[in-house]
Write a protein that binds this ligand. Structure first.
Ligand code: TYD
Length: 252
């Protein structure tokens, strides 16, 4: 498909103008970054896996009635999405303590939380995506009270869906991050799950062994990141059960 002009290049994806007005092509790169891009590498095959996995999760969400920006996968590395105005928040849902929550509150990683906890970070790399409260969000006008109610509802629905899907393949959903976009339909606007949902933005632990199958493998130098992501994809039936790295010929 003829690709439009490049709109934006981020750490893991490039956005191009789509073929129709109101559409965007998301290209998944192999670049991995952590600690606000202080640690960087190119991980062969990561983009192909994330494109497939994000398609899988977004399609499932659409099927259960959770609105997303996803339209269709175009090829190995690209998907067509609806263009939307991204709300400048990283919406994090946690089921078990890990990462910054464990550090901040001194709770051992893997401790089950009494209920899912939703946190918001202000999306600004130069500030290191700081944690913010709903007071900040309202005062600075990043989202309205109605938006916040809708965002909380979406985040908890995504959490239930993702937790169930993962549990079904022997994986614990420790936490994840989503981004929310605003789409305009005539006089109406509504919020949709945007960006991507992939092991880059989740923590996924094997239920039996607690083996990490997410970006912590890269952050903490725990082995091959593509092997971990390919394991998630294989368990979900997104990749064939046998075979090694996601070579283009293996993925149909
Ligand atoms: P968190 O523990 O706050 O940060 P870190 O990943 O730096 O330890 O992250 C919680 C979850 O949200 C984790 O699965 C990673 C994801 N996340 C992102 O993907 N991008 C982000 O910008 C942030 C803040 C979190």
């Amino acid at each position: 498909m003829a690709r439009g002009k490049k709109i934006y290049e981020g750490k893991a994806k490039i956005l191009f103008e789509g073929p129709e007005p109101g559409t965007i092509v998301q290209y998944f790169k192999d670049d991995a970054t952590a600690f606000n891009a202080e640690k960087k590498d190119v991980i062969d095959g990561k983009g192909v896996l994330n494109n497939r996995l994000s398609e899988y999760f977004m399609t499932g969400l659409t099927q259960i009635g959770v609105p997303t920006h996803f339209l269709k996968r175009l090829n190995m590395r690209e998907q067509l999405v609806r263009s939307c105005e991204i709300i400048p928040l990283e919406v994090i849902v946690r089921n078990f303590a890990a990462g910054t929550m464990s550090k901040r509150l001194g709770i051992e990683e893997g401790t089950q939380l009494p209920r899912p906890i939703v946190e918001y970070c202000y999306k600004d790399d130069s500030l290191g995506d700081p944690l913010v409260s709903e007071e900040h969000i309202a005062a600075f006008g990043w989202a309205s009270q109605q938006d916040m109610d809708d965002i909380l509802g979406l985040a908890l629905r995504v959490n239930d869906f993702m937790s169930g899907v993962m549990f079904g393949v022997g994986i614990k959903l420790i936490d994840f991050k989503i981004e929310i976009g605003r789409v305009y339909e005539g006089d109406f606007q509504r919020l949709v799950v945007a960006d991507e949902i992939s092991p880059d933005s989740c923590r996924l632990w094997d239920i039996e062994t607690n083996q990490k199958l997410d970006k912590d493998v890269f952050r903490r130098d725990l082995g091959s990141l593509t092997d971990a992501y390919a394991e998630v994809a294989r368990r979900l039936g997104v990749l064939p059960k046998t075979g090694g790295h996601p070579k283009p010929t293996l993925v149909n």
